[in-house]
Design a protein around this ligand. Sequence first.
Ligand SMILES: Cc1ncc(COP(=O)(O)O)c(C=O)c1O
Length: 445
Amino acid sequence: MLKSAGLFPRDFKKTYPIAVRGEGCWITDERGRRFLDASGQAAVISIGHGVKEIGRAMAEQSAQIAFAHTSQFHSAPAEKLAARLLALAPSNFQNGGRVYFTSGGSEATETGIKLARQFHLEKGEKNRFRILSRRQSYHGSTLGAMTVSGNVARRAPYEPLLAEWGHVAPCFCYHCPFEKSFPQCELACANDLQVHLLEHEPERAAAFLFEPVAGATLGAAPPPEGYAQRIAEICRKNKILLIADEVMTGMGRTGKPFAVQHWNIEPDMILVGKGIASGYAPLGAVLVSSRVVAAFERGSGAFMHGFTYQAHPVCTAAGNAVLDYLESQKLFERVAPAGKNLRDALRTVQSHRHVGEIRGLGLLLGVEFVNDKSTRVPFPKEQSIAEKIRRACLEEGVLTYPTQGCVDGLRGDHILLAPPFTISPDESALVARALHSALEKVFPS
Ligand SMILES: Cc1ncc(COP(=O)(O)O)c(C=O)c1O
């Protein structure tokens, strides 16, 4: 076995198998063990592992020209992918929208934050700089992205480095922060944005950033009907930009190219990452609507920002090849039925005394484990239930994405399931069987 000596690991107390091959929904390690990738790693893999066309497209681009700096050249694959992404986006991105490519989700968040700030400068609104967001959210690991994130554990060590621009209530019906239920709540969580704005110098607010389906932190919590529309209304009324962080939900994961399309809202920017290149290349993007682009075009003309590797020709070639595959194999269309199939398979575990809720949209599902099903009380943090479930699933050869803290930042255990869109009914049944045995092991009766 290859000994880990040089690579800085995520966790020094863990050992990591070496992944040597990927095929469809499966990963094989150096010892020949096969794992069913039920989490698409971290909701990254959409078309499946080992699709040869993607590597070929990247090699061809690399042989032609691997790199040209965006201060001097644009490249054909970047131009092509930008146009294709805009065509998939809501109508306010047509006729003048643009795409800013990055190397991943966190860079997309940073770019979105700075675009929002400079947009207001271009409009002569110098006081607007605050990017409002939600508690219990995740937007990336760089400092700007951490500033807007509300994930308690991931923020904790860096609190002294983070500014506070304002966090409002999460939208989380299973553990409603207002202890209300829909629809009697009248969307108190959405209204919390308006309340916050009234109480905290609305003239300094620049944008509101949110995950349309809260992914890692809340375990795939979709909003109730009307939430996204109300948020969009409040942003418009208060003259602040709306930024949808679709790094996890975008590129088809919830059954539409972008999750905001389930509610027909038109955000001013959409952040993407993960599925945009399905893990074949480090790629992210900010889709910028025509209105925001126009402010730059008519204003200073230059965005004060840049990354050496933005709009990388080989990475955007990978993005085009992934999109070709999604389209030719009709994989966008597969998400809704495959998601339903996985949910149906999971019905066998839904009745378990410690499975509180199975939620999500399309192929972004969360399974939350509770100590008491009738009161929804979580397990004490120290019991590390999500991690125990992950390990027990792994023993059954199934990979999941565990997180703690969905209830209050510390307590609350869930796993995320976000498999490739190609997952078959047999593979879904295998995921359900693995979770069933994991529950038996972790909670022996
Ligand atoms: C909603 C959301 N935004 C941003 C990010 C950060 O993306 P990356 O890890 O590619 O920097 C993530 C990553 O999990 C995410 O889920």
